[in-house]
Design a protein around this ligand. Structure first.
Ligand SMILES: [Zn+2]
Length: 169
């Protein structure tokens, strides 16, 4: 009884799930990218030792996503998800279902896909020399990454992504 009451505050409200942050192992690059597209704070390192991965997840209070049973057994079930499928869409579905993540359309494309930083608006005039002329002519709103300075805009890829995600949203 008391145990259940202790657990409840953690899974209470949308704050917790929308604030979930992740660390994906080196086999889960595509899943990491899609979690970023959905707006979740997701770290991913192409090369990282298992021990470092486990420590980083604990230090940052991130949920570790792994395809490696050894890693999953080392870090307790509380902060680790063993990802079952090889297929990224099934992986995404598993993480969303298991953590009951709330997907908010407003959060889509709010993070840099390359480095995970939160994107910030940038004035159109500032991107003139840095995007293709057609894009500059046809788009009004731009955002950029404060860390790696990549510029993003609502291109045709957005509707493609929304089509892919529609069953999940
Ligand atoms: Zn970036």
């Amino acid at each position: 009884m008391t145990r259940q009451e202790q657990i409840r505050p953690q899974s209470d409200g949308s704050e917790t799930s929308s604030g979930s942050s992740f660390l994906a192992d080196d086999q889960l690059g595509k899943l990491a990218r899609w979690l970023r597209i959905l707006g979740f704070d997701t770290l991913y390192f192409r090369e990282i030792e298992d021990r470092q991965l486990i420590r980083k997840a604990a230090d940052d209070n991130r949920i570790l996503l792994t395809r490696d049973t050894r890693i999953a057994s080392h870090s307790g079930p509380a902060n680790c998800i063993f990802v079952e499928s090889d297929n990224w869409i099934d992986q995404l579905k598993q993480v969303i279902a298991q953590l009951k993540l709330k997907l908010t359309p407003d959060n889509l494309f709010s993070r840099c896909l390359l480095c995970n930083s939160a994107l910030e608006p940038i004035p159109k005039a500032d991107v003139k020399e840095r995007v293709p002329p057609f894009v500059f002519q046809t788009q009004e709103e731009f955002v950029h990454c404060p860390s790696c300075d990549k510029i993003y805009w609502q291109g045709t890829h957005v509707s493609h992504v929304l089509d892919v995600l529609k069953p999940l949203l």
